[in-house]
Structure formats: C-alpha cells, structure tokens
Design a protein around this ligand. Sequence first.
Ligand SMILES: Cc1ncc(COP(=O)(O)O)c(C=O)c1O
Length: 421
Amino acid sequence: MASNLQQRDAKVCWHPFTQHQIDPLPLPIVSAKDATLVLEDGSTRIDAISSWWSVLHGHCRPELAEVLFKQASTLDHVLFAGCTHQPAVELAELLIEVAPDSLSRVFYSDNGSTAVEIGLKAAYQSWVRRGQAQRTTFISLEHSYHGDTFGAMALGDPVPFFSEFEPFLFDVRRVDPTAESLRTALEELGDQACAFIVEPLVQGAAGMKMHSIEFLRAARELCTEFGIFFIADEVMTGFGRTGSLFSCQTAGIEPDIMAIAKGLSGGILPLSATLVSEEIYQDFLDDERAKAFFHGHTFTGNPLGCAVALRSLQLCIEEQTPQRLQEIGNLVECALASLSDHPRIEMRRCGGIVAIEIITDHGGYLACAGDILRNACRELDDVLLRPLGNVLYAMPPACTTEEECQIIADAMIKVVMQAVQ
Ligand SMILES: Cc1ncc(COP(=O)(O)O)c(C=O)c1O
C-alpha cells in the first residue's frame, strides 16, 4: 500500500530517469546515517551506490553538519562576481594543492553537467583567443556520459538517452579507448580538433566500463603531440573512487582542464568546479572586457557548499578516504567471488567501484536482463542498488563496514542470479 508521502509525491513530483507510467512508487526516505537510509516504515537500506555516487564519507557526518550550520549563520550566500569570501578561497587553495600540478585556477558551479559545460566553453574560447576559431570539434569516448545539459549531451552517447535531441546537438567525434582510434581521429581532424574529453579509468553511466591506465597515458601524450586540450571529467571518479584522489593521479597524467562535482562537497550539497591550467586562464586576460569568460551561475561559489567541501576534502585527506574506498571495493569483490566463474557474468573493479555485467547475446545495455536486475533490486529489503542497464554495481561510501560490504555482496548475488537463470 502506498504511504501518505508516496501518494502526495505521486500527485506533484516528477522524478529523474523515471517512467511514471510503469515504474514503482519511489522509496519514502525519512532520514539517513552513515551508510544507512531509513524509510518511512522504519525499515532500512544500505546505500550501496552512495546516492548516485556522491555521498563520500557517509550520510549526516557531524563534522559536515556543524560546518554547514556555522557557515549558514555567518555568510549564507553572496554573488561571486565582484565579491569573494573565505570558504571559496580556502577551498580553491586546497584544491589546487591536491589536484594535478597542471591546474592552477578554480571556476565554481553547482553540478557536474555545468562543470563540464564550463570546461568545453573555456577550451573552445581559449582557441578563439589564440586565433584558431576553426577548432570546433570535441573528441569523446564511445559510450561516454558527461551530463544532461546540451553541450554535455552532445559529448555523450546518444543511445539510450539523447537520440531525440540529435537535431540540437553539435558534432562530436567519438573514439574507442585505444591509442590507435584516438590517433586516427586526431589525424583526420587536423586543425579542427579542440579537445579530448574522458571519464578517466571508469565510464560510469555506460555501466562502469573500465579502460587501462596505458590508454589514458597514451591519450595524454597524443593530445600534447597534436596540441589539443585534455579534459578530465572526474565528476564521478574524483575524490578517491578509483584509488587515488583523482583518477588522473592514478594514471600519473596531468589534464589541462578537470571537472569535479558529486564527492566535492562530500556529496551532500550541489557544488562543482572546473579546474584549468594557468595558460587557459591567461588566454582570457585582456584590456577588453568582452574577452572575459562570460559564464556564471547564481550559486557559483556558494559559501555553504564551499565550506562543507573544504571540510570534506580535509576529512578525505585526514582519513585517507581513497585507500578506505579501495579496501571497501576489495571486500565487496572478494565477497562476490562465487560469481567470478559464471559464464554469463563479467566482473570488474577499479578502486571502490565493483561492477557485474550480465553478458547478453544482443541488446547490451538495453537487454531484458536490465529489467530483471531493476525489478530484483526493487525487491531487496536491506540494500539500495540501481543497475545501469545490464550492469549491477556497488560504490558504497567510505564509512561502510565489513559486515555491510558482505550484506551488499549477498544482495548483488541474489539480484544477479535472477538475471542469469
Ligand atoms: C562523469 C560524469 N560527468 C558529468 C555528470 C553530470 O553530473 P550532474 O548529474 O551533477 O549534472 C555525471 C553524472 O552522473 C557523470 O557521471
């Protein structure tokens, strides 16, 4: 029976990625603590996917709540054009200290898609400032996902989400994650190429597809050789998800532009940032005002988000969150060992991300195995899991205990066995 909250929701809310005609009503969540979500009826679910890969340390960390309260009582918000404040400056200082050395400037926004848009605009306008306005083609990876705004949609794989918008999307060259494929694209595009954008090491929404460190290194070298920008979209991979603070550091490479969001604020407030090299920043300096970077959002540099993000990043360093997430990934993977030899299952892990792909004869992401996974996940009464098509994955927050890892793995086995029967 639908609860009161679900009934009221059904009358007025429109949920993301939801087919309201056929999908079940949303879970009514009333509170959360550490890795646990509490439902209206008092039952609980372990948040095995960190609420869309954002919640980093765990839910309702007292340190973050305290900082938020203090900041809200001191300076809640002020526009970031013509004004500045301590949280934004301190966070930018720390980000620049811990990010790859190539990055020296921080441009704030409020979600991953806009952080990517800003990266695209900064890259292209940088070329315009250098007198190369013909460099209009971005290169992205097959199956990539960079967000839901128009520029980000253009970069992403049109299937299954964006194909109806194709008349509005600019041309993008898509390549496989191989050096040969990228080199061919760069040779063919010549001086039309603007930048290469990649979700380093793990392509999240594609179903946690993983590519090699060697590919990333080769891609960085190719971008340097052909003189185009390398944009790392670390919206999902950032803040320790793949083993280092940033995936680029795991691979030992330095991007020209890096987009971060989700875990930036500990995953609890809408804050994002685009970090760029000094060279790109300098391209916008001019005596003419019109040559400035004309982009900004109302909540750019919001003090609440910045204050919480600063404390979250300090926690990340103090508590060695990347290592902890890696241990959690290892625990879940070990607990899934019984699945590893199954002929219809491919397992993969990178840092704290563990994925199980159901191998299908056709359909892939859209195969009916995905429906079975989704329905089976909804039946779980102890863990919150949400498949990506035919891929079931876990990416729990850093507070997840060993016992919870076992419960997550047991739930994954239960779900997967229904799809491969
Ligand atoms: C790699 C990547 N880039 C960008 C985005 C878009 O972020 P947001 O949903 O905050 O707009 C996502 C979201 O999942 C993502 O995984």
